[in-house]
Design a protein around this ligand. Structure first.
Ligand SMILES: [Cu+2]
Length: 157
């Protein structure tokens, strides 16, 4: 009987694991933070800077703030947004990124992003790069960010 239960448990785990792995690609939860679809733009020839994007939510229904980010692949990591100045899109550093209660902070091309400056070497499509995010309430969240040539899902317009 015990053996049968062990067998059923093993079977249940075997069935659950691929689903969990697939889920982890789309969203990961750490502390009270859920990060969806993180990606980092692959290096362009001769450009030492790149950016990371993701959707950030809190899972406890309270707001939080992303205070800073760090990565060993970059000399410096900043948080940026895009502004339009005299008809020209420019990046501007922001002191923090707010994650509202019950809503998402969307970091995406043309908007808020994590800026990686002075990237060491090149980040190739298909690699992963470590990124640490420090939140006001949730504290430190570390993730492994897939490097891509473009936005996942192929919504490139
Ligand atoms: Cu930037």
């Amino acid at each position: 009987m015990t053996r049968l239960i062990a067998l059923l448990l093993a079977l249940a785990l075997a069935l659950a694991l691929p689903a969990a792995a697939a889920q982890a690609q789309h969203a990961q939860r750490q502390n009270n933070i859920e990060l969806s679809q993180p990606w980092m733009r692959a290096s362009l020839a001769g450009v030492p800077n790149t950016a990371a994007y993701m959707t950030i939510r809190t899972t406890d229904g309270k707001p939080d703030r992303l205070l800073r980010a760090e990565s060993p692949v970059a000399g410096k990591v900043e948080m940026h947004t895009h502004i339009i100045e005299n008809g020209v899109a420019k990046m501007r550093q922001v002191p923090a990124i707010d994650v509202p209660a019950g809503a998402a902070a969307e970091l995406k091309p043309g908007g808020l992003h994590v800026m990686l400056l002075g990237v060491k070497g090149t980040l190739q499509d298909g690699e992963r790069a470590p990124l640490t995010l420090v939140f006001e309430r949730a504290g430190t969240v570390t993730l492994s960010v897939p490097v891509r040539k473009g936005m996942p899902g192929g919504h490139q317009h």
